[in-house]
Design a protein around this ligand. Structure first.
Ligand SMILES: Cc1cc2nc3c(=O)[nH]c(=O)nc-3n(C[C@H](O)[C@H](O)[C@H](O)COP(=O)(O)O)c2cc1C
Length: 160
């Protein structure tokens, strides 16, 4: 049986809720990707040109510092990777997480919450970061109020 990890970043709680439900459905370990410097409401104000989130997302190479990391990554076969969509893709702190761990031979399943944007562009970007190390599945956008049943059916379909 595959060993499954749910790793997620959540700035305002929506993705955290979905991640907890997913971890329960998969009977998986759960890891929160935490930035060393937490995001304040001001940092998240995307209407301001110079806000922290806008500056970070404008630079594809930006890798904000993470607080902690996973020591036993080699023990997992499948990593569900969750995040809110920021400017159409995964937040830079998720890229820090990808760079900080070894994914050879693993399957990454991206999932996101968002206002409307799907996970496709993020999945593509994640693929460009991990290269041929890992298989990156299509993934899925889950509404912040995704029903447990919906999550259960999706994970059953994936079959991990
Ligand atoms: C900086 C920033 C950029 C965002 N960009 C998008 C976007 O491009 N498309 C979208 O549908 N939602 C966008 N959103 C909305 C978030 O994806 C959405 O509120 C998400 O569910 C928040 O998840 P969280 O509570 O786990 O942080 C953005 C939010 C922020 C703070």
């Amino acid at each position: 049986m595959s060993r499954v990890l749910v790793a997620y970043f959540s700035a305002t709680g929506a993705t955290a809720k979905v991640a907890a439900e997913l971890a329960e459905a998969e009977n998986a370990d759960c890891f929160e990707i935490r930035p060393k410097q937490p995001y304040t409401a001001e940092d998240l104000d995307y209407t301001k040109k110079d806000s922290r989130c806008n500056l970070e997302m404008a630079d594809e190479k930006c890798r904000p510092e993470m607080d902690g990391r996973i020591d036993g990554m080699s023990g997992y076969d499948v990593v569900f990777l969750g995040f809110p969509i920021w400017w159409g893709r995964e937040p830079s702190i998720v890229d820090t997480f990808l760079d900080a761990h070894y994914f050879v031979g693993k399957t990454i399943v991206p999932f996101c919450t968002s206002g409307v944007t799907g996970v496709e562009k993020a999945a593509e970007h994640i693929r460009s970061i991990v290269g041929t190390d890992a298989t990156v599945e299509e993934g899925r956008r889950l509404g912040a109020d995704a029903a447990e049943e919906d999550i259960r059916l999706w994970t059953e379909l994936l079959g991990f």
